[in-house]
Every structure is written in structure tokens, then in C-alpha cells.
Design a protein around this ligand. Structure first.
Ligand SMILES: NC(=O)C1=CN([C@@H]2O[C@H](COP(=O)(O)OP(=O)(O)OC[C@H]3O[C@@H](n4cnc5c(N)ncnc54)[C@H](O)[C@@H]3O)[C@@H](O)[C@H]2O)C=CC1
Ligand SMILES: O=C(O)CCC(=O)C(=O)O
Length: 446
């Protein structure tokens, strides 16, 4: 039985009409998996790819809550339980005005491959709501989280589905969600990751996605007999991933030139230092202010309504959101001599941008490999919860480093081209796929 890419995409489009982000993510994977399937009739005949592209279950629910003025507000909640072949569903929750089914299906689909690459027993899922915590009081965020969990609790559990944070869901939201789950179920279990360290969280989880991203970049550079020390780095975003990617870059001796938010970017020619970064962490995590305030305080350049990709750099780390780096941006990066682009965000580079990187032989690390450190340490949090134990910061950091090293090796194994160039996207897709496909074959037609 043959599978043509055109036929596969046409069928996927018919079944998921109008879901642009989901179709983009599936098409990108199909591009590299379908040629691989030609040599693997066992996967093709069992329609593994077609089954992976269909969620096992999608839950959509109403989330009513009262705002500070006593008015009724209604949001929509989602959980996409994509694939449980290698473990319980695992993946973050996103609270943002742009959340819809297409966005969450794309994120859940990517998560399946990413979790497989970590080597840990985790299936893939993703959820969230069109609720936007920006501009809401702590009380409103708590009310929303409690209402959200009042429905979600029946679909999740430490051995069923373990959500965590993503855009708009940080330690504050995880706390409120966990409190409500515990209250309803009357049990203290590892139903969520990203918990506070004092109540079941893991060391290094807040840092893990950003640190892991930099460890992955260091693996890429090592292959080229280079190091990150002395390199210039352009970063987008200023949330969880961006903050800790910047921190690790600075610690490793690189110069971080930019950070951004949805209003614009800051450009510090001398490099953002740890003091400036501490200010940004406080600004974003506590004061919930705008990145422009850093430019005012530290006297650097600020560009409203612009993205940072025109700034000359060696390494670019898109760490904000999907499709934030397009073909023009990629061409500009190439023109400026950029050697490596690694995705801290999920799917921040458009397919046309990725084509430019491959053509120019700029090392491109896709999110499902490069940002897997976050969910990997979530997996380690689950292990610690099961053990009723807590590893030290050093122990968790060592495991994270090892996991990023192993993911890099998988990408090289499946992605090395004849001319020596490593196509990390191909390597990550095939490497992630094989483990899930074998598990699905072993478990029969489910
Ligand atoms: N938090 C985690 O552990 C992981 C997060 N990711 C991905 O990393 C990305 C960032 O997530 P977090 O840092 O956790 O979220 P966050 O909520 O802490 O920060 C999000 C950042 O993106 C910026 N942003 C959001 N929408 C934007 C837009 N339309 N234009 C420009 N900037 C925008 C925000 O200003 C903020 O700086 C997302 O794509 C997420 O899916 C991936 C793996 C794990
Ligand atoms: O830690 C987790 O479970 C989720 C992390 C996440 O949402 C992601 O990898 O995109």
C-alpha cells in the first residue's frame, strides 16, 4: 500500500478544515516521515501516521467565572489528548486570547514527538483556554483557574493526563489549579508539573526549557568545533523560556542583545547582563509590566511593534510564539551571517523560513527537539513525585544535560545528510516517530 504526500495532506485538510496551525504542523512532519515510510511497510500498512494525526480525544468545556466587578464572564476550556502510546498524556496549558482548537491540536501534535524524543514514558497532550491573564487581578486569575479545574479534574490524573504551564500559565496559575484539584479529589498527587518546590515541584523546572535550549545549541556548536562563549545572541520573548535561555547564554559567556514582548523589542548593544535580567524577571513575573520599561531604566534602544530578527547575530532563539519568524526574517538572518537558529517556542519559524535555513545550511533546531528540556524535567518531576523524593538542583541539571545530549544524538542519527549537513528537523521527526510507531504496532489497533 502506497502513501502519497498529496493524498495524505488532502485527507488531513478535509478532516480538519480551517485549522491552519494544525495543518502546518502535520504537513511539516509528513514532509520527512512519508519518504521514510516508503522503506517501512509495517508502519505504512498499519496507518500509523494517519492515526498519530487524529487526536485520541478532545474535550471542550464552558468556564464561567465572576470578575472583580461581580459580572459573569465565560471562556472556553480545552484539553486535546493526542496520543498515549508511550505514556499518559503530558503537555502544557496555554491561557491566551488566541487559543482555539487548531492552535491546541498543533501544540498537542508537536508534543507527541517531543515527549518521545526525551526518552521518558510520556504521551502527548495540550490544553488551555481563550482566557488571557494579562490585565487580570490575582483574584480573577484564581477564580478562573478554579472554575477551569472544576471541569478539567475529571479528565486528568497522575497516571492519566498531567498538564503543566505554557504561555500565560506560570507558577501562580499552576498553584491555583493544583489547589482546586486537591480540594475536589481530596488527594495530593502529581497531577500537574511546574509545582512549587516546597509542594512537590522539581528543582530546575522553571529554568529547564531555556537552559535545555542552550544545552542543545552547545551540542550543535560542538559538532562544528565551536563554542557559545563570545557569540552574539538575539532572543525574542521575555517570558519563562526567554528569561532562562538568556540567563544560561550570559552564564556561558555569550552576549544577549535583545528580548521582546508583543509590543516591541529592546536592543542592548553591550549585552543584557544578569542585573538587567533580574529586573526583567521581576518586571514580567511580578509587576507584569512591558519590556519597554527596561529600555527606559537601562538606557538602551527600544523598537515598538518590531521583531528583533534584523539585528546582526551569530545565534537566533525565537522564544515567543508560533509563526513569529518568516521568510524575510530568515533571509535577513542569513545575510547577517547567523549560523544557528534554535526554537525555544513551538513552531515559531514558518515553513518558508525553515526552507531558507536549509538552503543556506544554517543549523536549524526545531522546537520538538530544542525546547524539549521543559517537558523532560516535567517528566523528572513526575518520577520524583512517584518516588516521594526530591533530587538536588545539580542532579536534575545533570539529567537535563544528558537528555539534551541524547536528543541531539538522535537528531544526528536520523538527520545527517550525505554531505555532512545535519537536518535536525528530519532527524527529530523520524527519531520521535519510530518509538511511538513501534509502541502503536505492539499495542494493536487502538
Ligand atoms: N514554558 C515551557 O516550559 C515551554 C514553553 N514552550 C513554548 O515557548 C513559548 C513561550 O512560552 P513561555 O515562555 O512559557 O510563555 P510566557 O507566557 O512565559 O511568555 C510568552 C512570551 O511570548 C511573548 N508573546 C506572546 N505572544 C506574542 C506575540 N503575539 N508576539 C510577540 N510576543 C508574544 C510574551 O510577551 C512573552 O514574552 C511558547 O511557544 C511555548 O509554547 C515550549 C516548551 C516548554
Ligand atoms: O512540561 C510540560 O508538561 C509541558 C511543556 C510544554 O508545554 C511544551 O513542551 O510545549
Amino acid at each position: 500500500m502506497d502513501l502519497s504526500k498529496e493524498q495524505f495532506i488532502e485527507d488531513i485538510k478535509k478532516r480538519n478544515a480551517g485549522e491552519a496551525e494544525f495543518l502546518q504542523a502535520v504537513e511539516e512532519v509528513a514532509e520527512t516521515i512519508i519518504p521514510f515510510l516508503q522503506k517501512h511497510p509495517e508502519y505504512r500498512n498499519a496507518k500509523i501516521l494517519e492515526r498519530i494525526a487524529e487526536p485520541e480525544r478532545v474535550i471542550i468545556f464552558r468556564v464561567p467565572w465572576l470578575n472583580d466587578r461581580g459580572e459573569v464572564e465565560i471562556n472556553r476550556g480545552f484539553r486535546v489528548q493526542m496520543n498515549s502510546a508511550i505514556g499518559p498524556y503530558k503537555g502544557g496549558l496555554r491561557f491566551h486570547g488566541s487559543v482555539n482548537l487548531s492552535v491546541l491540536k498543533f501544540l498537542a501534535f508537536e508534543q507527541v514527538f517531543k515527549n518521545s524524543l526525551t526518552g521518558l514514558p510520556m504521551g502527548g497532550g495540550k490544553g488551555g483556554s481563550d482566557f488571557d491573564p494579562k490585565g487580570k487581578s490575582d483574584n480573577e486569575v484564581m477564580k478562573f483557574c478554579q472554575s477551569f479545574m472544576t471541569e478539567l479534574y475529571r479528565h486528568v490524573g497522575a497516571d492519566i493526563d498531567i498538564p503543566a504551564g505554557d504561555i500565560g500559565v506560570g507558577s501562580r496559575e499552576i498553584g491555583y489549579l493544583f489547589g482546586q484539584y486537591k480540594r475536589i479529589k481530596g488527594e495530593f498527587t502529581g497531577v500537574l508539573t511546574g509545582k512549587g518546590f516546597e509542594w512537590g515541584g522539581s528543582q530546575i523546572r522553571p529554568e529547564a526549557t531555556g537552559y535545555g535550549l542552550v544545552y542543545f545549541v552547545e551540542e550543535i556548536l560542538k559538532q562544528q568545533k565551536q563554542e557559545i562563549k563570545g557569540k552574539t545572541v538575539v532572543i525574542s520573548g521575555s517570558g519563562n523560556v526567554a528569561q532562562f535561555a538568556a540567563e544560561k547564554c550570559i552564564e556561558e559567556g555569550a552576549k544577549v542583545l535583545t528580548l521582546s514582548d508583543s509590543d516591541g523589542f529592546i536592543y542592548n548593544k553591550k549585552g543584557i547582563d544578569l542585573e538587567g535580567l533580574a529586573y526583567i524577571k521581576d518586571l514580567k513575573n511580578k509587576e507584569r509590566g512591558r519590556i519597554s520599561e527596561y529600555a527606559e531604566k537601562f538606557g538602551c534602544e527600544y523598537y515598538p511593534n518590531e521583531k528583533p530578527w534584523r539585528i546582526k547575530c551569530d545565534i537566533a532563539l525565537p522564544n515567543a510564539t508560533q509563526n513569529e519568524l518568516d521568510e524575510q526574517d530568515a533571509k535577513q538572518l542569513a545575510k547577517n551571517g547567523c549560523i544557528c537558529v534554535a526554537e525555544g517556542a513551538n513552531m515559531p519559524c514558518t515553513p518558508a523560513a525553515i526552507a531558507v535555513f536549509n538552503k543556506e545550511h544554517i543549523y536549524f533546531a526545531p522546537g520538538k527537539a530544542a525546547n524539549a528540556g521543559g517537558v523532560a524535567v516535567s517528566g523528572l518531576e513526575m518520577s520524583q513525585n512517584s518516588l516521594r523524593y526530591a533530587w538536588t538542583r545539580k542532579e536534575v541539571d545533570q539529567r537535563l544535560k544528558q537528555i539534551m545530549h541524547d536528543i541531539h544524538s538522535i537528531c544526528v542519527k536520523y538527520g545527517k545528510e550525505k554531505d555532512g549537513y545535519v537536518n535536525y528537523e528530519k532527524g527529530a521527526n523520524i527519531g520521535g516517530f519510530v518509538k511511538i510507531a513501534d509502541a502503536m504496532l505492539a499495542q494493536g489497533l487502538v
